[in-house]
Design a protein around this ligand. Structure first.
Ligand SMILES: *Cc1c(COP(=O)(O)O)cnc(C)c1O
Length: 392
């Protein structure tokens, strides 16, 4: 690897030249089944014709003009996101961490504007991941990522994920909001219980707190609903999106109710690139596909099938695999053997996956896969698991 790059990633010795649907082609011509999808980003696979044409059309017209002027495609995208969700206001950024930063600022401003300037603390959950900026690292509180980067940004505390008693005990006069991933991604595909999600909404209402959901990874159709919190039939006050929203083009979005966004007036926030015409064109094209009749039902169906196959696989190889977890096409394979080594062996056999905490292999394929790709992935998983069990 070139020494010109800061060596912040442990990259595999592999480079890709092109992608087509759920497949990636390496520079040596080898084909890989991509069940990593750029870490849950390429929601519609690679080179989706509708996305390619949206990007090409826009590229020939206008790339960037700044937020000093109206951007019609951004207005349209914001209106569509609102129509499909609890939200009434949207701010566009370029990444997940920036979408959360907007959320953090909105939370402080909301309480400041509504007579509670002393309320600024956000209660988050252990095991979560919100990005790599100082504020998002502080919000997640993962000591591994904070090491050497302290002091933390003040105003963030964490409690055990799923534990309502701990959460209630952490609320004080300075608490402003609760921040939760409905399904923790990097944390190991840990899904919040439906009752927990409902209880979060109730406790926020009881104490006048804002509920900020981080759906950067679990949102945009990944679980078989457009947003993961829909499974709990609750609505947050604020939500961060990114990853799948652009299908591979960088974009983030912070969605909020009109009430929560009351303080986000002219001059309070901004982004040079956020909401640029290229990103807006692609994200609108992503929505065209995801909102088409039957798309999300298809994700649920394929997700259920894949999950069932993974359970059977784990049952056949108890010395290698412990089980599966997750919802829709946001799945985790619980490993007995080291998950990192499993990811490497699967890659050698032509299947791309991603590691996560709790010794879990993340399986986050493009949402466009069908039974054929499930079968293809299972054949590789079976081969690797059987080979491992034999060698042991
Ligand atoms: C990836 C991720 C982020 C950070 O997104 P970036 O675009 O890398 O800043 C935040 N929250 C969750 C849940 C994520 O999975």
């Amino acid at each position: 690897m070139s020494e010109a790059l800061m060596p912040t990633y442990a990259r595999a010795e592999l480079a890709f030249e092109r992608g087509e649907g759920p497949y990636l082609f390496a520079t040596d011509g080898r084909r890989y089944l991509d069940f990593a999808a750029g870490i849950a980003v390429n929601a519609l696979g690679h080179s989706h014709p509708h996305l390619v044409s949206a990007l090409k059309d826009q590229a020939e017209k206008l790339w960037h003009c700044s937020n000093l002027y109206r951007i019609p495609a951004g207005e349209r995208l914001a209106e569509r996101l609102c129509e499909q969700s609890f939200a009434e206001r949207v701010f566009f950024s370029n990444s997940g961490a920036e979408a959360l930063e907007c959320g953090f600022k909105l939370i402080r401003k909301y309480h400041d504007d509504t007579g509670n300037p002393g309320r600024y603390k956000v209660i988050g959950c252990q095991g979560s991941f919100h990005g790599r900026t100082l504020a998002t690292l502080s919000a997640a509180g993962n000591p591994k990522y904070l090491e050497g980067f302290r002091p933390e940004v003040p105003g963030f505390v964490q409690v055990a994920f799923g534990n309502m008693n701990e959460l209630r005990a952490a609320i004080d006069d300075e608490t402003a909001a609760i921040l939760v991933e409905p399904i923790q991604g990097e944390g190991g595909i840990r899904a919040a219980e439906i009752d927990y999600m409902k209880a979060l909404r109730r406790v926020c209402d009881e104490f006048g707190l804002l509920l900020l959901l981080d759906e950067v990874q679990c949102g945009m159709g990944r679980t078989g609903k457009l947003f993961a919190h829909e499974w709990a039939e609750i609505a947050p006050d604020v939500m961060a999106l990114a990853k799948g929203l652009g299908g591979g083009f960088p974009i983030g979005a912070c969605l909020a109710t009109e009430k929560a966004a009351v303080g986000m007036t002219v001059g309070t926030h901004g982004s040079t690139f956020g909401g640029n015409p290229l990103a807006m064109a692609v994200a609108n094209a992503v929505l065209d596909v995801m909102l088409a009749e039957g798309f999300l039902e298809g994700v649920q169906k394929t997700g259920d099938l894949l999950r069932a196959r993974l359970e059977e696989l784990a049952a056949r190889h108890p010395a290698v695999l412990a089980g599966s977890r997750g919802r829709g096409l946001m799945l985790g394979l619980e490993c007995v053997v080291p998950a990192g080594e499993m990811v490497a062996r699967l890659r050698d056999e032509g299947l791309l996956t991603v590691g996560a905490a709790e010794n879990v292999v993340r399986i986050v394929p493009p949402l466009i896969i069908g039974e054929a790709q499930v079968a293809e992935a299972l054949a590789i998983l079976e081969r690797v698991s059987a080979g491992w069990a034999e060698a042991a």
